[in-house]
Design a protein around this ligand. Structure first.
Ligand SMILES: NC(=O)c1ccc[n+]([C@@H]2O[C@H](COP(=O)([O-])OP(=O)(O)OC[C@H]3O[C@@H](n4cnc5c(N)ncnc54)[C@H](O)[C@@H]3O)[C@@H](O)[C@H]2O)c1
Length: 254
């Protein structure tokens, strides 16, 4: 089994892409810790997976709050004795719209969760990964940071920052045998898309973009989960500092 013996932490694992990452990691043999600000769905998911004899536990944590994130990571290590991988997946997006019409108060929330949440997670997890002799971090970015999506400028900027910091830290932490990569999803059908669909501009953006996808459909959370499992596994031991798109061919980077 790809992840047998590993402990994998997934933030925002209660629904959407995070749920896909949790399901794939558990299927692949990992013990999986879900850290989510809302725990009801995550607990239901853990129960469903336990019924298949898969080991998943849930802790409440706000990734934007370094103390809350750190405490939850400490609890995972106390329960299972080690942490081998962290997937920083939790994210939020404000309804799409013009930058000039946007409310600066919503910027802070996106910056706190989508960017600072990743920094908080890395700071909290690295000492545990080092104690395990090394490990892997996967940050969930977005293709919107790579091609300049209209209507979600601040969100895209946060994801661009995630790409940049991941490269810098992949270099800084390589000597500690810690690999860091980014998965950049294209359009994946999850509840976050309902936020995007909530304005006429957002709904049109999704409809227009979908038409440009060579594989002709939106992605599903498992598409991201399968790559996350591979990237945190030892089979990816020579891959670090990369941003890998999972987008049905929507954008092809050279
Ligand atoms: N769905 C897409 O098409 C798409 C595309 C590109 C990138 N992404 C990224 O993928 C990730 C997951 O997106 P999704 O579509 O599954 O979203 P979602 O809204 O369906 O799920 C997000 C999860 O994160 C949790 N969460 C939110 N704020 C949190 C916080 N402060 N602390 C802890 N948990 C928190 C939520 O409770 C939820 O379980 C995000 O980082 C998002 O930016 C999604």
């Amino acid at each position: 089994m790809l992840l047998k013996g590993k402990v994998v932490v997934v933030t925002g694992g209660g629904q959407g892409i995070g749920q896909g990452i949790v399901e794939c990691a558990a299927r692949d043999g990992a013990r999986v810790a879900i850290l989510d600000i809302r725990t009801e769905r995550a607990k239901d998911l853990a129960k469903q997976l336990a019924a298949r004899s898969l080991e998943v536990a849930v802790w409440q944590a706000d990734v934007a709050d370094a103390a809350s994130f750190g405490e939850a990571i400490g609890n995972v290590a106390a329960k299972w004795g080690r942490i081998d991988a962290l997937v920083n997946n939790a994210g939020v997006v404000a309804p799409p719209g013009s930058f000039m019409d946007g409310d600066p108060a919503t910027w802070d929330h996106m910056i706190d969760v989508d960017y600072k949440g990743v920094l908080n997670g890395i700071r909290a997890a690295v000492p545990h990964l080092q104690r395990a002799g090394g490990g892997a971090i996967v940050n969930i970015g977005s293709d919107s940071a790579r091609f300049g999506e209209v209507g979600i400028a601040v969100y895209s900027g946060c994801k661009g920052a995630v790409n940049s910091v991941s490269k810098s830290l992949a270099k800084e932490l390589a000597s500690a045998r810690i690999r860091i990569n980014v998965i950049a999803p294209g359009l994946i059908d999850t509840p976050i898309m309902d936020v995007a669909r909530s304005t006429p501009e957002g709904a049109k953006m999704i409809e227009d973009t979908q038409k440009t996808i060579p594989l002709g459909k939106l992605g599903v959370p498992e598409d991201i989960g399968n790559l996350a499992s591979f990237l945190v596994s030892d089979r990816a031991s020579y891959i670090t500092g990369q941003t890998i798109s999972v987008n049905g061919g929507m954008i092809m980077f050279g």
